[in-house]
Design a protein around this ligand. Sequence first.
Ligand code: PTT
Ligand code: SF4
Length: 624
Amino acid sequence: MVIFLGGWTGKFLWIDLSRNKHVIEEYDKSLMTNYFGGRGYAIKILWDHLRRGIDPLSPDNLLIFAVGPLTGIPLPNSGKLVIAGKSPLTGGYGDGNIGSRAAVNMKKDGYDAVIIKGKAEKPVYIYVSGDKVEIKDARDYWGIDVSSIHDELTSKYGKAAGILTIGAAGENLIRYAVVMSEKDRAGGRPGMGALMGSKNLKAVVFQGTGEIPVFDPEKTRELGAEGYKVIRGMELYNHWMKEGTMMILEWCQEHSVLPTFNFREGVFEGAERITGKVMAEVYKVAQKGCPNCNMVCGNVGEALEGDYRGTRAELDYENVGMYGPNLGIDDMNCIIALIRKVDDLGMDTISSGSVIAYTIEAYKNGLVNSRDLDGIEPDWGDPSSAMELIDLIIERKGFGSAMAMGTRYMAAKLGGEANRYAMHVKGLEISAYDCHIAYGMALSFATSPIGAHHKDAWFITMDIGMGIDNISIEKVKKIIDIQRIRGGIFETTVVCRFPWIELGFDIEWYPKYIEVITGKKFSIDDLYEVADRLYALIRLFWVREYGSWSRIYDMPPARWFEEPLTVGPYKGRKLDRNNFNKLLDWYYELRGWDSNGIPTSDTLSRLGLGEEAEYLKSMGIALS
Ligand code: PTT
Ligand code: SF4
């Protein structure tokens, strides 16, 4: 029997909103070593408890909040929470990672995962304080925007409460609605906010009453403090504190990977007006972040002039990339206002920015007209029409109802050529990196376990650094190792990866933390094995839900293969399909997956997933 002495609480909280009931479960401890926490727990719970083929917006779907053994403990950047479920946007596995006091408080309340099923008859919110779990009336809160509901619940439960909410996007089941916290933090890109809305659940409040048990409190305190000190002393620290994720924008422009006009180009004429430096020197008015973090990256910008003067929003690279160059907008005042609007509606900036860019392009190509768009005449570089399109999505008016479903759906509806420039993989819109020259990053998007998100392998700088014509198995090995660290270690221990990836905080810190907290040693290789297991299980989940599988689901959009760049240092370049397929073949081989991207029987049995393999076979899916 495995005995752990800290880190995990050992308990799940199950809440059934249809029956107004909850149960606290002491879960099987083998989960700790095999799946660790966070995303690992989420996929295991979904595999074991979700009936195959359910509608993601039906009461049957499970909304899961999960933390890991390092979450909430005073060590660098431990205020993070995984939000997962079957995705309403992609139909496959979906998750996101939000920084929030709710992460710390959920753990203090005694839970490693909170799993919500069913659907409340009327709008409700959930209040958790230790063993006390209450389902409360939220009819007065339905329809309230994200900032206001946060203020309402904070005034009721105090500033120390951890609060997760949805906005109108979640209520209206927009397929890329996110869960929001502390007004500007967003998590669950593949529609976790819509999943929450489908349950008539407006908010969840964790009071955070208890203490988190750790094996060696003294050593944990010492090692935690040491980590913070090392981070503060790192070479890039001051620059990071000024610009945060925005520091990459200039680099993206220089290397022609800045998404421009719906990923048509990689450089943008107005880029110098929206760089990290400009953000920091001209627009930045405040800095905020997640709990337990001493390198906070939430740079709040304020619009200085024009119609939106005084509006504030958090400026991350992804948000600015998708609402700036990708829509042809170079006015930071307007970008701030667009992000504020989308945050208050609780809608993902990456997907919504992509949907709007796609609509502009489809309009310009004559595939939709202004009648479809309720009189709107969208154009590149036009923030007013972008604002109007956001309203169209939320109200689901005319073509807005297709826009609410995401790019893959819109392309299928429009048909033919429209598919070529639908910028998604597996239904999830691509994050803000153009890949006309970036094979490695394209592979990373293609093989990400939730669809085209950069979270599992932000490979872009390494890709360009290794050489854009470098088509090698070494590149693929690096991508897999990065996925093991980012998608495995950080998503299962559930802490923020930024100290490691942005400042160079050594990965070896994490096994040390795990040891003093849980009382057990885990090497990086042990953690890699957990990562490989959950990657394989997530892949099986997609196969189970889609009913069949082929490598076409791991293909980036046709645009990058068929339409060369027309401007910039790499004018004329595009991806070559043979080269990409070579990389994909190596990827499958290294993972022990077959040529269609399904894990082989040997791989599954090595990872202890024999039963899961049998299930697929019973569906008539042949495993190599
Ligand atoms: C994340 C995705 C990102 S990733 C960004 S900016 W980034 C966008 N932010 C949005 C936003 O803001 N408002 C909004 N309405 N939609 C938004 N959608 C986009 O969502 C996030 C930080 C960031 S900022 C990143 S990279 C890192 N992500 C981590 C991760 O995934 N795991 C981990 N262990 N640590 C991480 N640290 C960093 O956290 P999703 P957050 Mg987010 C305004 O969740 O679904 O993965 O989408 O959580 O608290 O906002 O912090 O340049
Ligand atoms: Fe949160 Fe940013 Fe700090 Fe990470 S670096 S914990 S995302 S504030």
